[in-house]
Ligand binder design. Structure first.
Ligand SMILES: [Mn+2]
Length: 378
């Protein structure tokens, strides 16, 4: 900890709080990892904070098994959750209590379950009820004392990626090798199946303007609730960032589209789940300008950090210290703009050993922790 002496004009203002320029190191955990072993693992890697997923991406799926980030084939990740079981205050409080007992803070929950909001994305018949679902969830998150809720306003979701030995030393990683245009079948949204008994056929394509209107409806409904609940809504960009995936438009597939999202509903609670890897895969501008622009505006709720080689529609995820992004430069920009939130490794390549996910995350976290110390922010 660095305590700066109050001098000059600030010395007369007793309540001026000095920015310490420190960022926080966190780890993202999937639903099946919410246990004491994984909390200890996070602490051992130097983390103080967690970002957790409550959606089970791996339920009843043949093509998508736990052990790595969810990938799956064109049938998606798996079966969405119970449409009637919203995450309760008791459930959220109990998870937070266990995390706190392990010596960690719960910074954010990442992602709504498609079962709870598919018609908000698709503009379907259950939209009004599902907007109420989302309000209930945000109120519960606020009551539980969890400061951030991350979401990804995307019809097709994280789809169209492939796995391969793309990273250094033939480590298995994820990438994209050309676009996925196959239309989304009925009953699917956000790369998950919410209705196994849906009629055959495909979901009609929305236009880009329709999608932005749907986001507007979502923000108009949710931001006032988030303000009252003390929860920051944080938007993830489209991964992979192409204008269309599965014949559906995408929202934030270029860096400047983040600005459109922010300006659509100005509020301190309308913020970004800032994914550096996804921004680096975009074809316009460059990742350093995007980091500078949005961190200067104080719009970063938390940061996903990873590295990548190439851009859409052909790119490969890499280890944090290879690939196109100068991660240390990104962190220096964050420090200069006084970002004090949580950084988590986003995805990491799977390492050749008995615990490929753990080794990948520990490697990324060790790099990040060293980088924070070098730049004086950790
Ligand atoms: Mn991300």
């Amino acid at each position: 900890m660095v305590f700066k002496k109050l001098t000059g004009e600030f010395a007369t203002h007793a309540f001026v709080s000095y920015s310490q320029g420190l960022m926080k190191l966190g780890l993202g955990l999937y639903r099946h990892q919410l246990d004491r072993e994984h909390y200890r693992f996070a602490r051992q890697c130097g983390c103080t904070h967690l970002v957790i997923h409550l959606v089970d991406y791996f339920r009843s799926s043949r093509s998508n098994q736990p052990g790595d980030q969810p990938v799956g084939d064109d049938t998606g990740w798996g079966l969405a959750g119970d449409p009637d079981a919203l995450w309760t205050l008791e459930e959220l409080t109990s998870i937070k209590r266990e995390i706190n007992a392990a010596g960690l803070e719960l910074e954010a929950i990442e992602n709504f379950d498609p079962a709870h909001w598919h018609d908000v994305l698709l503009d379907g018949p259950r939209k009004a009820k599902q907007l109420e679902n989302l309000k209930t969830i945000i109120r519960n998150v606020g009551r539980a004392g969890i400061p951030i809720f991350g979401y990804n306003f995307s019809i097709a979701g994280v789809a169209g990626r492939v796995k391969g030995r793309f990273a250094r030393g033939e480590a298995e990683a994820v990438g994209m090798d050309g676009p996925l245009d196959k239309p989304l079948p009925n009953g699917m949204a956000w790369n998950m199946v919410y209705d196994r008994n849906a009629a055959p056929g495909t979901i009609p394509s929305a236009t880009s303007e329709e999608l932005w209107q749907r986001l507007g409806v979502f923000l108009d409904a949710l931001i006032p609730v988030a303000e009252e609940a003390g929860v920051t809504l944080a938007a993830h960009p489209d991964d992979p960032p192409l204008p269309m995936v599965r014949a559906q438009p995408r929202l934030v597939y270029q860096p400047q589209l983040y600005q459109r999202l922010i300006d659509l509903k100005p509020s301190p609670r309308n913020a970004l789940e800032f994914c550096v890897g996804t921004l680096a895969e975009m074809t316009d501008g460059n990742v350093y300008d995007a980091v500078d622009d949005y961190s200067r505006q104080k719009k970063l709720a938390y940061v996903h950090l990873r590295n990548v080689r190439g851009k859409v529609p052909c790119y490969k995820e890499t280890f944090i210290d290879e690939g196109d992004v100068d991660v240390l430069r990104v962190m220096r920009i964050l420090k200069r703009n006084q970002f004090e939130g949580v950084l988590i490794p986003d995805h990491a390549p799977q390492m050749s050993c008995a615990a490929p996910w753990h080794a990948g995350m520990a490697y990324a976290l060790g790099y990040m922790r060293a980088a924070l110390q070098i730049i004086g922010a950790g």
